[in-house]
Design a protein around this ligand. Structure first.
Ligand code: ADP
Ligand code: ZN
Ligand code: MG
Length: 482
């Protein structure tokens, strides 16, 4: 019998913090500026300069920790991590070593995984979250390398998980949940393509039933969540093949090439790096009173998970619809506002999921740029709910609203689209359809009741889509059964 293996995965995620200025100087913290324009002696590491900590970044680090269920120690400090590389001319990075701002958190994952399989409902433990300064960005051009110091000194959170994940799907779900929390909390945008979120994966395998961990391999150069998923799946296979052929897995750092879909050796790491951490002498330790921590806790926004539960409970959404509508914070807020202004929140959810999201992606715009404001969608859905317009007409109205920003009531009035519910008017169309199609009438009388749909179509066509479908069916059944 061959051995069954399970993967053990822990993630180290870096997330840039949204602040007006950098971590230890007053340079702007902005993405996309001309290289080396947002710089000063502090973030370029000139000798003799003094760092001044950014209070907003520290407050956001604590908020991030509270949102991830961490404890916030009353005392923290910054440390120097020594290393030598052109992205850090002062030869040390300001980070936190043994007294981080946040310890021992957890992140919930559940629902359908990236591969379509159901995830186990579980918590992924967080070891710690600490705050540090980002380093300069190196870009390689053939034989030379450019260094951009705009990124140097940007506040950066490092979120270290426990080795609690067991599959690529779980890691993907964890990253999704983490990114959502950071976005909902206004901590960071977490756009991996812009380098605002970076992820290193630690991964080992062990025989199922074994409790000790195997030797881990670290994967780097992961540029999207789906690349993380692919890299993990690949690495699990690679390690199993090694084990089965009797090879020893050594602790090493590997890079991921998403074009060839293969990992490659970057360096072996038999001994721990010696960073010679020591407390930063130019910065005072940071102290928080319980009252200060509570005050930050009071200011936290509603978290994605709480919002999903509220959508299910208050608006009777399915867990899946609630999941889709909370993936992006701006969409969840749009839905919330539209649902509040409507008598049929479930129908509002359907319109957003099946129509609005599609139109937004086709037009390549965000929901903030959308001309249909939430209350306008709520109004349109109320018109469907009350029978003033039917679903088919509503599609036409909705497209017009999206294009021109008019309200549903305006469009319906302009185009004369009000649904005809007056039965005497509909009866006229019904009788016409019956008179014009004797063959189908005979089929109906012979018991082929499916032909009713044909008549519904005829009546809807004759009424230019305006007849109330419920009345149409009722009148057709009455007339055909005569
Ligand atoms: P290092 O000393 O190499 O930095 P840490 O113990 O600090 O290692 O862990 C770094 C990351 O690796 C954490 O996210 C942790 O969960 C994960 N990790 C630790 N040991 C293993 C293992 N055997 N297999 C997979 N992941 C692991
Ligand atoms: Zn600066
Ligand atoms: Mg470590």
């Amino acid at each position: 019998m061959s051995t069954q293996y399970e993967a053990v995965i822990g993630l180290e995620v870096h997330c840039q913090v949204l602040t007006a200025s950098k971590m230890f100087c007053t340079c702007p913290n902005e993405f996309g500026a001309e290289p080396n324009t947002n710089v000063c002696p502090v973030c370029m590491g000139h000798p003799g300069v003094m760092p001044v900590p950014n209070k907003e970044a520290i407050r956001k680090a604590v908020a991030a920790g509270l949102m991830c269920g961490c404890s916030i120690p009353n005392k923290s400090k910054f440390d120097r991590k020594s290393y030598f590389y052109p992205d850090m001319p002062k030869n040390y990075q300001l980070t936190q070593y043994d007294m981080p701002f946040c310890v021992q958190g957890k992140i919930h994952i559940s629902g359908k995984g990236f591969s379509g399989n159901e995830l186990p409902d579980k918590y992924i433990g967080l070891t710690r979250i600490h705050l540090e300064e980002d380093v300069a960005k190196s870009t390689h051009f053939g034989t030379s390398t450019g260094v951009d110091f705009n990124r140097a000194g940007v506040p950066l959170l490092e979120i270290v998980s426990e080795p609690d994940m067991r599959s690529a799907d779980e890691a993907y779900a964890y990253l999704t949940a983490l990114k959502q929390i950071m976005q909902y909390g206004g901590i960071g945008n977490c756009d991996m393509e812009k380098g605002q979120m970076r992820c290193d994966v630690n991964i080992s395998i062990r025989p199922v039933g074994e409790t000790a961990f195997g030797t881990k391999v670290e994967l780097k150069n992961l540029n999207s969540f789906s690349a993380v998923h692919r890299a993990i799946a690949y690495e699990i296979k690679r390690q199993i093949i090694m084990k089965e052929s009797g090879e020893r897995i050594v602790q090493e750092t590997r890079g991921w090439n998403d074009d060839t879909r293969e990992s490659y050796l970057m360096r072996t790491k038999e001994n721990a790096d010696d960073y010679r951490y020591f407390p930063e002498p130019d910065l005072l330790p940071v102290n928080f009173t319980d009252e200060e921590i509570d005050e930050i806790r009071q200011g936290l926004p509603e978290l994605p998970e709480a919002r999903r539960n509220r959508f299910v409970n208050d608006y009777s959404l399915t867990p899946y619809d609630a999941h889709v509508l909370t993936l992006e914070q701006d969409i969840s807020e749009y839905f919330d506002a539209a649902a509040k202004s409507s008598k049929a929140p479930k129908l509002v959810a359907n319109w957003i999921i099946s129509e609005l999201l599609r139109l937004l992606s086709e037009a390549k715009i965000t929901v903030a740029e959308c001309k249909i404001k939430p209350e306008m969608l709520g109004e349109m859905v109320n018109m469907i709910d009350s029978g003033a317009i039917n679903g088919k007409i509503a599609k036409e109205v909705f497209a017009d609203m999206f294009e021109n920003g008019k309200t549903a009531a305006e469009i319906v009035k302009e185009k004369g689209l009000v649904q005809v519910s007056d039965e005497s008017a509909i009866l006229g169309f019904v009788q016409q359809a019956i008179a014009a199609n004797p063959d189908q009438v005979q089929q109906f009388k012979d018991g082929k009741t499916a032909v009713l749909q044909f008549f519904v179509g005829q009546v809807m066509k004759a009424s230019r889509g305006k007849a109330n479908p419920k009345s149409v069916i009722k009148l057709l059944q009455e007339e055909l059964s005569r």
